[in-house]
Design a binder for this molecule. Structure first.
Ligand code: 5GP
Length: 262
């Protein structure tokens, strides 16, 4: 398989064409941006960690029947993915109130929500990704009612799975953003999960201390972003080169946390 030309460059990733029909390469950059590109930097190693973490989560979601774009890992920074037409919508799922929800509606930071809350944002940097209703989405044909029903269903299952997965390693899944795309195979078009799921796109808090293990470390100038992302990867059991360190550092606190959570 040959890497071709750049098709698209976003804030954190680049998409390249390949000589395999329907497949493209997703390259994870080290660039970090926040507040609609007003804050920017390069954080060495972030792309490598996100590539690995996203691969792990998408493979697990595949196993529970959530179809997604991941095909295979190519190298430390790149993965082969199915080429989809990305819907211009950011789908946000919240379990605990923080971030823009608390600012927009005055909800108290850290409020645990009784049920997962779905929000939809129009993907448009110039407009600052404004929050929209389902009616906006159907009125402007960004997705059909049927597609939205399917997506809402997938969001619930993705959230259930990820809440459980992270709880098992002592992490609260506070909220996350995902994107979906249309996959065309012959006459058939179906909606699949796309983009990435990583500490760049989720809020992850340590279950015991509420320490932030996600991109808020960059947004809020907390520092130590790479150690936080590495900790997520280690707890997920995917930093193989440091497997021994993981057992020494995390096996005891992990089992204690699990008992407490029960
Ligand atoms: P909030 O709306 O509170 O800023 O973000 C809610 C969740 O969606 C957070 O987990 C945040 O990381 C994610 N999110 C929302 N918009 C974006 C975005 O444009 N890029 C990334 N990487 N994550 C986003």
């Amino acid at each position: 398989m040959k890497k071709g030309k750049k098709l698209y460059e976003g804030k954190a990733k680049i998409i390249y064409s390949t000589d395999s029909k329907g497949l493209v390469i997703q390259h994870f950059k080290d660039d970090a941006t926040a507040f609609n590109n007003q804050k920017k930097t390069v954080i060495d190693g972030k792309g490598v960690l996100n590539n690995r973490i996203s691969e792990h989560i998408l493979k697990n979601l595949s196993q529970i029947g959530i179809k997604n774009h991941f095909v295979k890992n190519i190298n430390m920074r790149e993965q082969l993915i199915k080429h989809v037409e990305i819907l211009p919508i950011e789908f946000i799922v919240r379990n605990i109130a923080t971030g823009s929800l608390t600012k927009r509606l005055g909800i108290i930071e850290g409020t645990v929500l009784d049920n997962p809350l779905f929000e939809y944002c129009f993907k448009n940097d110039k407009l600052g990704d404004p929050i929209i209703s389902k009616e906006h989405i159907t009125t402007f044909s960004w997705a059909t009612k049927k597609e939205l029903e399917k997506i809402d269903n997938m969001l619930l299952r993705i959230n259930d799975f990820m809440v459980g997965m992270f709880r098992g390693i002592g992490i609260k899944l506070v909220d996350f953003k995902v994107e979906f795309g249309r996959l065309k195979t012959g006459q058939k078009t179906e909606i699949i999960l796309a983009d990435e799921i990583s500490p760049d796109t989720c809020r992850l808090w340590d279950s015991n201390t509420d320490k932030k293990l996600d991109k808020d470390r960059f947004r809020k100038n907390l520092g130590n972003l790479i150690p936080a992302y590495q900790e997520v990867a280690k707890r997920l059991g995917i930093l193989h080169e440091e497997a021994n360190v993981r057992h020494v550092n995390f096996s005891k606190p992990k089992s204690v946390k699990l008992k407490k959570n029960k």
